[in-house]
Design a protein around this ligand. Sequence first.
Ligand code: ATP
Ligand code: MG
Length: 176
Amino acid sequence: MIHLRALTIGRFQPFHKGHLNVVKKISNEVDEIVICIGSAQISHEVDNPFTAGERIEMIKKSLSQNGIDNIYYIIPIEDIERNSLWVSHLESMTPPFDVVYSNNSLVARLCRERGYEVRHSPLFKRDKYSGTEIRNRILKDEEWKSLVPNGTKEVIKEVKGVKRLKKVSREEVSQD
Ligand code: ATP
Ligand code: MG
């Protein structure tokens, strides 16, 4: 059997149950998974509250609590503002990969141009399982915990993520 390594990328602000479902699906189709954390350098913003390190922990805890036992790598990828070099940038940070799972049209185009097979993954309950929806619910004190795996919940609690998000939200508003 051919050994397949897949790559997937998201900002994971935070890692939610939609992301977990994608990783579960990929884990059934390939042997190893490279999970890239995009915009790794950004944190403490209302749309990007968590650090790359915090997102690594959310993913690691959530995958181990969900029995995903494929070999996986979690790799932070900083933004570069040059699309034509972006795939090389990615390759410079990851083990070699065979197939890319992404629903992002730019990521898909850049990877296809470079010769990679790109697969789309189905969206799971996208109205709820969405980073934007979860951040909005946290800010409005609405129910959000059911939308994330336990590992993510634990990390958000440990780093006082709710307090941080509310604080950066107030500060961003007062700057305008
Ligand atoms: P944000 O609202 O902050 O952009 P997001 O939920 O879109 O967050 P991202 O961190 O942007 O998540 O990650 C994007 C990747 O995750 C994309 O490839 C996207 O298709 C996938 N994804 C996001 N939500 C879901 C979902 N509910 N089901 C399946 N895949 C999802
Ligand atoms: Mg998104």
